[in-house]
Design a protein around this ligand. Structure first.
Ligand code: C5P
Length: 226
């Protein structure tokens, strides 16, 4: 039986590496449970874009911190520029700056704790932004599968893709994200691992919904998930 979201507030944290499918899953979960959804990667991408001109300058950090502090929702609307592969690399460069993360923290916290709950996807939702989330999913998929998925997403939008370059961009981002001293990019102890390497979107979403339903049923029954 599906979990009835009208009865309880529910925060779902979806974390995972670049192109793991976490964004698609978070969107599907938000639709299924009728919850608002925040793609937190877009915040870092918007800051990366705003600081792009300074990327090789000594004042890059200061420019990125100022951009994070003054970020407005209007800057989250240019989806084609925000989702470009190069913007992902820029995002991972601003994401290692502690003051950038601190400046983006309150916005994410407020979103997560709104009445009724929310779905957030990113790298540190279950570990730093919302350690109290009701359900945590950690999505993984092997790097070749992730590259191929991202390539097809970009191609569907008419973007020409160099797969070799894209693979290296994803690996570069993974390495920077995992070494991020201010990060939190690891699977929380109480997160459910979902490997989507061999799952299509529908199968992955069904698996994610089954995990959420089970976790919420246990919670409603006052039990701790195993
Ligand atoms: O999720 P997405 O690939 O759009 O994220 C872009 C980059 O933003 C990541 O590679 C990571 O460096 C950073 N990020 C982060 N913490 C988050 C979301 C994204 O550090 N919660």
């Amino acid at each position: 039986m599906a979990y009835d979201t009208t009865e309880l507030s529910m925060i779902i944290a979806v974390d995972g590496p670049a192109a793991s499918g976490k964004g698609t899953l978070a969107t599907g979960l938000a639709r299924h449970y009728q919850l608002p959804h925040l793609d937190t990667g877009l915040l870092y991408r918007a800051v990366g874009l705003a600081a792009a001109a300074a990327v090789d300058r000594p004042d890059f950090e200061a420019v990125a911190i100022a951009a994070a502090k003054s970020l407005t929702p209007d800057e989250l609307t240019n989806i084609s520029a925000l989702t470009a592969a190069e913007t992902g690399v820029l995002a991972s460069k601003v994401a290692v700056i502690g003051e950038v993360r601190a400046a983006l923290f309150a916005f994410q916290r407020n979103f997560a704790t709104q009445a009724g709950g929310a779905v957030l996807d990113g790298r540190d939702i279950g570990t730093k932004i919302c350690p109290e989330a009701d359900v945590k999913l950690f999505i993984q998929a092997d790097s070749k599968a992730r590259m191929e998925r991202r390539a097809r997403q970009l191609e569907a939008r008419g973007v020409a893709v160099n797969r070799y370059e894209l693979f290296h961009q994803i690996e570069e981002r993974d390495a920077r994200d995992m070494a991020n001293p201010h990060g939190g990019f690891y699977k929380a102890d109480d997160a459910h691992l979902l490997d989507t390497t061999h799952l299509d979107i529908e199968a992955a979403l069904r698996a994610a919904i089954a995990i959420v339903d089970k976790a919420m049923a246990l919670k409603a029954g006052g039990q701790k998930p195993s």
